[in-house]
Design a protein around this ligand. Structure first.
Ligand SMILES: Cc1cc2nc3c(=O)[nH]c(=O)nc-3n(C[C@H](O)[C@H](O)[C@H](O)COP(=O)(O)OP(=O)(O)OC[C@H]3O[C@@H](n4cnc5c(N)ncnc54)[C@H](O)[C@@H]3O)c2cc1C
Length: 497
């Protein structure tokens, strides 16, 4: 018998909606608190830069119970994703649970001794209140608190009419028209913005990045959608995973030359297709050593613009500003009107008290989360969307379905605190020692191990169906409709008073 809980979902992005849907479907009362004025998280129009679109193909960037409209292109635009999320919220009554313009500024264990947390809430007028919840789902994402960059001379640069903006604030291409633009960063956002600035008629565009990285074109070799290469189980199995036994290690050793040839082939293809030598942008790192959530998609037009000089690429970072000039770490000087900082976001759960932060995050920044969802020392609390990937909506959906069952003690493989701690230690060892690339973003990234992660979640949930589709299935990207069927095959239950 499961009693209904009063659940607070913090954040109304992709993950918050998934969590609200999963908890309300099981009969819990849900409130979603969102500090912004709209739902959507990173897809909220006010936070989106011009021409933003998904990196993931649309059938991999969707909930299990709602496809994106047929009219959407393979890689939907930001406004389309926002419309999809708004429609999803409306269809499942999640909009009625939403409290917009309400931020969580702190939380403490409930003083009345009952399970749950007391949340400190602040509305947009600054009015503060507190409220008790039986369970809290943290869905605040990894892209919320813009990173800052403090370089000497910034005030002088601004006094001369220069503008310095985080990429999340660049939402009008008119800002770059006719101006000298310098974009700092090597992520997809950085290359998107550089290309957008060229198209918007910027006078000069420079991109400054530490080093070239492998970028994947939407169509590898100009022909094959990258999902058919990078999202498939066969590709994933080339990476030794966590907790594998001696036989599996041996198999990886035997297959190593073939795997090596596979990656060198892909590198060769990318070098030719993207003309990386001509752009002086051949990465030093082997492609397989860096496959994780930070692998960017190549913005269409970026390399051709570098090749023909419309975008000037400088390796390094900003060192300081000198009048209207930005001086780079390598001494290069670039005169600029606008500096756009595509330098990412700070990870963290700032409203969690320090004592709990220490249980959640190790000194080296690695998160202690079982299945990237729950921590045995943080009761009545879970995290959705912290298992980010190349198909984060599906990840959030499965995590939300896992979390509600965990909270209700209804997982088929309900872990004990001890099992969770041991598993967390094993995963931390994997990320720190066996595959350091898995340690990016605090270890909160499942790529390239989507299938392995999903297999674990489904087994925990207790789905009866979990077809892998034989040999052909090894060459298919994850199928959200199939995951809907798998979830539906798990034991059903509903909380009742
Ligand atoms: C430009 C861009 C493109 C991307 N493209 C892809 C892609 O193609 N594929 C992919 O898999 N991923 C992509 N991502 C990653 C993306 O972050 C995830 O796919 C997903 O949108 C994350 O959703 P989320 O709900 O977890 O977090 P968010 O979208 O960040 O939502 C979190 C919400 O929590 C709210 N919040 C935070 N703190 C508080 C607080 N204290 N109180 C109340 N509310 C709070 C925020 O306001 C926000 O609305 C992209 C990210 C960006 C920035």
């Amino acid at each position: 018998m499961v009693s209904p809980k009063y659940v607070c979902v913090i954040g109304a992005g992709v993950s918050g909606l998934a969590a609200a849907k999963a908890f309300s479907t099981r009969g819990h009362r849900v409130t979603i608190v969102e500090r912004s004025g709209d739902l959507g998280g990173v897809w909220e129009p006010a936070r989106s830069y011009p021409e933003v679109q998904t990196q993931s193909p649309k059938e991999l960037y969707r909930y299990t119970d709602r496809a994106m409209p047929d009219s959407y292109p393979e890689w939907p635009t930001g406004p389309q994703v926002h419309a999809y999320l708004s429609d999803y919220a409306r269809s499942f009554g999640l909009d009625a649970m939403l409290r917009l313009n309400t931020g969580v500024s702190g939380m403490e264990r409930r003083a009345d001794g009952r399970p749950g947390w007391t949340l400190a809430l602040t509305n947009k007028d600054g009015a503060a209140s507190i409220e008790d919840f039986d369970f809290v789902a943290v869905c605040t994402g990894q892209f919320n608190e813009p990173r800052e960059l403090h370089c000497a001379g910034k005030d002088g640069f601004v006094a001369k009419g220069g503008q310095v903006l985080h990429s999340s604030k660049y939402n009008d291409p008119a800002l770059t028209k006719g101006r000298r633009v310098v974009v700092l960063g090597g992520s997809k956002s950085a290359t998107d913005i550089a290309v957008n600035a060229v198209k918007a008629g910027a006078r000069e565009v420079t991109i400054v990045m530490r080093e070239p990285v492998w970028r994947i074109p939407y169509f590898i070799g100009g022909l094959v959608n990258f999902k058919r290469i990078l999202y498939i189980r066969a590709q994933e199995e080339m990476f030794p995973g966590w907790g594998i036994g001696a036989m599996s290690r041996l198999a990886h050793r035997i297959a190593a030359p073939l795997v090596w040839a596979n990656w060198r082939g892909l590198e060769g293809l990318l070098k030719t297709q993207l003309k990386l030598k001509r752009c002086k942008m051949v990465p030093k790192e082997r492609i397989e050593d860096g496959v994780n959530c930070s692998v960017p998609i190549a913005t269409p037009g970026f390399y051709p613009m570098v090749a023909d000089g419309r975008i000037k690429a400088v390796l390094g970072s900003f060192d300081h500003y000198d009048g209207d000039t930005i001086v780079m770490s390598g001494g290069e000087r670039v005169a600029a009107d606008v500096a756009l900082l595509a330098i990412g976001y700070k990870l963290g759960v700032p409203f969690l008290p320090a004592a709990y932060q220490a249980k959640l995050v190790d000194a080296d920044g690695q998160y202690r989360l079982y299945r990237l969802i729950a921590n045995p020392d943080l009761p009545d609390l879970g995290f959705v969307g912290f298992n980010s990937s190349f198909c984060t909506v599906l990840c959030a959906d499965l995590a939300a379905n896992w979390l509600v069952r965990y909270a209700d003690g209804q997982l088929a493989r309900q872990p004990s605190a001890q099992q969770m701690r041991e598993n967390i230690e094993m995963m931390l060892h994997f990320k720190r020692v066996e595959r350091p690339a898995a340690g990016v973003y605090g270890g909160l990234c499942v790529a390239p191990y989507h299938y392995r992660h999903f297999d674990e979640l489904l087994a925990d949930i207790g789905t009866k169906e979990q077809k892998r589709g034989g040999l052909a299935g090894r060459f298919q990207p994850p199928d959200a409709d199939a995951y809907a069927k798998f979830l539906a095959s798990a034991p059903d239950y509903r909380a009742a008073a």
